[in-house]
Design a binder for this molecule. Structure first.
Ligand code: FAD
Length: 373
């Protein structure tokens, strides 16, 4: 089977790798360079922390396991998966109540959670300072983070090692369906024919599948779509895990660098936050300074480090859950999802099985694009 993959973010790359494992003749077309979309500016926390409804939670839990499986397979490249868990603590009564109820709900669903005293947090992360009065945190040992560029390199590398063709820059301008297959019209004026196309175009998905009569509504312009991430210079501190703290999410980013995110500094969270209110839309210098201040509260050894802010754009299906399934009656398949780092290895495998083996994957049933028609 000849399969064309549109888009070389983490989803397209994971799909391409799985297609080659199933023996499909695979061609990947990327409009810009691999990772230029959400996969290049993402916090990349592998989790099913706050994912509703239950089917979406279960999908993310399976996504976490798919990462562990992939990580266990021998591969020559650099390490990309760091399964050390996440430590989270609350600031104030409302947050404490939310964290307690989320922890109870997750625990009841079989998700691993541990309440840990402050002394244990110090054992796990000796350079981290808990705020005065915070006597415990919650540890989620099954969670992880990945270095997305390195994961992307592994997925694309293993696909091309097995014969996939990767073309970039190679924008797909149009996809048309015939009884014999699909024809992609490319930006350089050439055409490519395949039996099936899999659209993994992230926030550009809606326009590509609309001509096929398929509706994938994405919230790509609204305030929820944008997230400002802060990238530090290397710092001499010890941090192994993801930390979710009241005002800052932080994780290692390789080579001593840290990755920072303050949810209330994003456009969607800005109202009601005194610090966030100072950081006007696009004012990345102010956001960088604020992230740096917050980092110094949690990791004093990282104070005064330079922080560079980049805006990431989420792939946000209108109802928040993933989209995975046929866009038409069997020629073009579409995947569009938030939490795509957590989900990439799993969705890649499930989609490849549906396309190449014609094997319907029960886990994907709640996520078909037809729910929007
Ligand atoms: C700030 C932020 C934080 C996030 N944090 C997390 C997190 O902690 N955990 C988590 O699991 N997820 C997180 N996400 C979500 C996750 O990053 C995305 O869901 C995931 O990267 C989506 O991958 P993708 O391959 O579908 O899309 P993308 O990475 O956007 O890739 C789509 C690709 O398709 C290409 N393309 C588009 N149109 C065409 C065309 N016509 N022809 C050819 N190529 C085309 C684009 O150039 C692009 O490279 C976060 C996202 C953001 C923005």
């Amino acid at each position: 089977m000849r399969v064309a993959v549109i888009g070389a973010g983490l989803i397209g790359a994971a799909v391409a790798r799985e297609l080659t494992l199933l023996g499909a003749e695979t061609s990947v077309f990327e409009a810009g360079r691999p990772g230029r979309g959400a996969s290049g500016t993402t916090f990349a926390w592998v989790n099913s922390h706050n994912k509703a409804p239950r089917a979406y939670h279960d999908l993310n839990v399976a996504g976490m396991e798919a990462h562990r499986e992939l990580d266990r397979l021998p591969a020559p490249g650099p390490r990309w998966y760091f399964g050390y868990g996440n430590i989270e603590w609350a600031g104030g009564a409302a947050q404490a109540e939310w964290l307690a109820s989320a922890t109870a709900r997750l625990g009841a669903a079989g998700y691993r959670t541990e309440s840990v005293p402050a002394a244990r947090v110090r054992d796990l992360e000796p350079d981290v300072v808990l705020p005065a009065g915070t006597d415990h945190a919650v540890f989620f040992p099954g969670e992880a983070y990945v270095l997305p560029a390195l994961l992307l390199g592994r997925l694309l590398g293993e696909a091309t090692d097995r014969g996939a063709r990767l073309a970039w820059p190679a924008p797909v301008l149009e996809t048309s369906v015939s009884t014999r297959g699909v024809r992609l019209r490319l930006g350089d004026g050439t055409e490519h024919e395949a039996d099936v196309a899999i659209c993994c175009a992230g926030r550009w998905t809606s326009e590509l599948v609309a001509p096929l009569g398929c509706t994938v509504p994405l919230d790509s312009q609204g305030p929820r779509a944008v997230g400002y991430l802060g990238y530090t210079d290397p710092v001499p501190v010890r941090l192994r895990r993801v930390l979710m703290t009241p005002r800052l999410n932080v994780r290692p980013d390789g080579g001593g660098r840290l990755l920072l995110h303050g949810l209330d500094l994003d456009p969607a969270g800005r109202s009601g936050s005194p610090d966030g209110a100072d950081a006007g839309a696009g004012n990345e210098t102010l956001i960088a300074a604020e992230l740096g201040r917050r980092l110094a509260e949690v990791l004093p050894g990282a104070r005064d480090v330079r922080v560079t802010v980049r805006a990431g754009r989420r792939v946000l299906p209108a109802d928040g859950a993933s989209v995975a399934g046929w866009a038409d009656d069997g020629r073009v398949y579409v995947i569009a999802t938030h939490s795509g780092v957590t989900l990439a290895p799993l969705l890649g495998r499930l989609a490849a099985l549906e396309v190449v083996r014609d094997s319907v994957q029960e886990m994907l049933r709640p996520f078909r694009p037809q729910r929007f028609s």
